[in-house]
Write a protein that binds this ligand. Structure first.
Ligand code: ADP
Length: 446
């Protein structure tokens, strides 16, 4: 097992990884920008190294600085967390070339799944149903031809897209002609890669994803599905497991398919296959070759520590259990609490005046906040994850509602009131929502 792990991330996810390391008797190295000198992940780690100024490209994305920090502190392995360098195949490769272990999948798997066009082709080859479309389109002429095959309405997507960005809807040919050049320019600007593809736009699907764990030595298991249909602008706000929109046979079918295909693929580490589900059919959209923000809900219902499993697998261990050994118990929901105005979604960085996290049965809070901490303006606005577990969906809802009431974060605006509003909605309480429901119901922003 490793002696020392460098955590190449910040915020609640850096803390989450630190906690898993600590429980395993592994020492931790935090890296941080100058804006994060007082951050909780820095305070709790055994050692810390400042790797640059606030902009992420100069610090959390600064590969030479991170490798130097690993060398100076004598770390054996690097956990990339999520976001930043977590799906950067070159980083995973460079880490390996420096005699360090990358806690994650192989660079080849990251590269293949990071290009959404290649990922869809691979998924098809593995026997996974995909959304119609998915081939690269070189120019507008090619896009027009491909559009006739895919059918309207459609999405123009960036091959290198992520985080819900780089997607545009075209409802007919004239819209395609208008939007295509804009999508191309945006893809180039945001992702440094102008490659685009078209995909059938599904009207009211649910977003269902399957968590898998593979040891790269022949064993792959799934940890059930997560329903992430509660979204705003293609970004997840709340997740739950099991999905209220699937029956037992649909659930078993998609989870087993995900595990079987990843076994064929020889996947190592934690990963998630994302699907849209509509009219009883599943369509693969992408795979995330990393830990996800919403991983705790799967941990709550299975009792498996996904980060610990990533670390064990990276150190060469086999899973040591089979699918039949995993039991699923109860229901879990996660609310993503962002430092944002709950009506306008404008970011709200600043100093936390008062902080009180809820507790009690079935409640887990993953957050790096503390009283008098200043949320810097430079990074993602997620500041806390409130996770509830109950024996069934109703008990879980009861607990999360109660915990939202207890949660005090003052001095900055947060999305806690928004989650309280969601918890009062009959459609949500009945589990009756799709990916567009939140925007149709609550979101008055342009
Ligand atoms: P990203 O990598 O940017 O997160 P995804 O391909 O995972 O992009 O899609 C993110 C979200 O966008 C999905 O959860 C869903 O809400 C929406 N979406 C993606 N593809 C489609 C589609 N073909 N039809 C309708 N909505 C889609």
């Amino acid at each position: 097992m490793f002696d020392k792990v460098l955590i190449a991330n910040r915020g609640e996810i850096a803390l989450r990884i630190h906690r898993a390391c600590r429980e395993m008797g592994i020492r931790t190295v935090a890296v941080h920008s100058t804006a994060d000198a007082n951050a909780m992940h820095v305070r709790l780690a055994d050692e810390s190294v400042c790797i640059g100024p606030p902009p992420a490209r100069a610090s959390y994305l600064n590969i030479p600085a991170i490798l130097s920090a690993a060398a100076i502190t004598g770390a054996d392995a690097i956990h990339p967390g999520l976001g930043f360098l977590a799906e950067n195949a070159d980083f995973a490769q460079i880490v390996g070339e420096h005699d360090l272990v990358f806690i994650g999948p192989s660079p080849e798997h990251i590269r293949l799944m990071g290009d959404k066009i290649a990922a869809k082709r691979t998924a098809k080859e593995l026997g996974i149903p995909v959304v119609p479309g998915g081939e690269a389109v070189d120019d507008l002429d090619h896009a027009r031809q491909e559009a006739d095959r895919v059918g309207y309405p459609m999405l123009i997507k960036a091959a290198a897209g992520g985080g819900g960005r780089g997607m545009r809807v075209a409802r007919d040919k004239s819209e395609l002609e208008a939007v295509f050049p804009i999508a191309r320019a945006e893809a180039q600007t945001f992702f440094g890669n102008g490659a685009l593809y078209l995909e059938r736009f599904l009207a009211k699907p649910r977003h269902i994803e399957v968590q898998i764990l593979g040891d790269g030595q022949g064993s792959v298991v799934h940890l059930g599905e997560r329903d992430c249909s509660l979204q705003r602008k293609h970004q997840k706000l709340l997740e739950e497991t099991p999905s209220p929109g699937l029956n037992a046979s649909e659930r078993q079918c998609i989870c087993n398919l995900a595990a079987a295909t990843m076994r064929k693929f020889g996947y190592k580490s934690a990963g998630t296959l994302e699907f849209l589900h509509q009219d009883g059919q599943f369509f693969f959209i992408e795979m995330n070759t990393r830990l996800q923000v919403e991983h705790p809900i799967s941990e709550m219902v299975t009792g498996i520590d996904i980060v610990r499993e990533q670390i064990r697998i990276a150190a060469g261990a086999t899973l040591g259990y089979r699918q039949e050994d995993i039991t699923f118990s109860g229901h879990a929901i996660e609310c993503r609490i962002n430092a944002e105005h709950p009506d306008t979604f404008a970011p709200s960085p600043g100093t936390v005046q008062r902080y009180h996290a809820p507790g009690g049965m079935g409640i887990r809070v993953d957050s790096a906040l503390y009283q008098s901490y200043s949320v810097p303006p430079h990074y993602d606005s997620l500041v806390a994850k409130l996770i509830a577990h109950g024996s069934g969906r109703n008990e879980c809802l009861m607990r999360i509602r109660r915990a939202l009431e207890e949660f005090v974060i003052s001095g900055i605006e947060t999305t806690i009131p928004l989650h309280q509003q969601i918890m009062r909605s009959d459609a949500f309480l009945n589990g009756d929502y799709d990916i567009g429901w939140f925007e149709r119901t609550f979101d008055q922003t342009p």
